[in-house]
Design a protein around this ligand. Structure first.
Ligand code: IMP
Ligand code: MG
Length: 185
């Protein structure tokens, strides 16, 4: 307290171009939730959130799924120079429970090179779940280095924009922006 901190919305108004508005996100998340509700009817679903970027998306998605479900979280970090992943991924935190025999739906913010999800899918497979599917808010196909099947996808990003908001960060900031934006150069 004391020092001047600019309001996030004011800084965003100066530097950010809205890519997916709150309303656009809300409508698409609702559609994904309805699709997941139909597909998983009668099954025991576990949402597996990848910290920290998936948190706002997962909170909204879960409330759009009209099925009993449980939530768990894990953290992943890839060694790299900041914006480029090295593909060497490690757990920063792990799930709290066994997932053996469970139907897992991974919830991720963005699939970029795909290396993080390749690592996670291979790791989860060793834990003998009944099934594993992936739900990602965003995909950047232009940047993919490995093919990752995305079962439920919010939006496809054309080209290679670096986006923030609705969970996505730059150096830890912007995750609480209620829309997805791209920094204007
Ligand atoms: P991948 O292993 O290259 O697919 O990296 C995926 C991770 O990189 C995501 O989970 C994000 O944490 C981060 N990432 C990739 N692109 C962006 C972006 O445009 N904005 C914010 N984070 C990003
Ligand atoms: Mg992430």
């Amino acid at each position: 307290m004391g020092e001047m901190v600019t309001r996030l919305s004011e800084e965003a108004a100066r530097t950010m171009k809205v890519l997916y508005s709150e309303e656009t996100l809300r409508n698409r998340v609702r559609e994904l939730g309805e699709q997941i509700t139909r597909d998983y009817d009668g099954r025991e679903l576990v949402l597996v959130g990848v910290l920290k970027g998936s948190v706002p998306f997962m909170a909204d998605l879960a409330r759009s799924i009209d099925l009993p479900l449980t939530m768990d979280f894990l953290g992943l970090s890839s060694y790299g120079d900041g914006t480029e992943t090295s593909g060497v991924v490690r757990f920063t935190s792990d799930l709290s429970q066994s997932v053996e025999g469970k139907h897992l739906l991974i919830v991720e913010d963005v699939v970029d090179s795909g290396l993080t999800m390749k690592f996670l899918l291979e790791n989860l497979a060793t834990r003998r779940p009944a099934s594993v599917r992936l739900c990602s808010l965003l995909h950047k196909p232009a940047r993919s280095r490995v093919q990752i099947p995305i079962d439920y996808l919010g939006f496809t990003l054309e080209g290679d924009p670096f986006v923030v908001g609705y969970g996505l960060d730059h150096a830890g900031k912007w995750r609480n922006l209620p829309y997805v934006g791209v920094v204007q150069h």
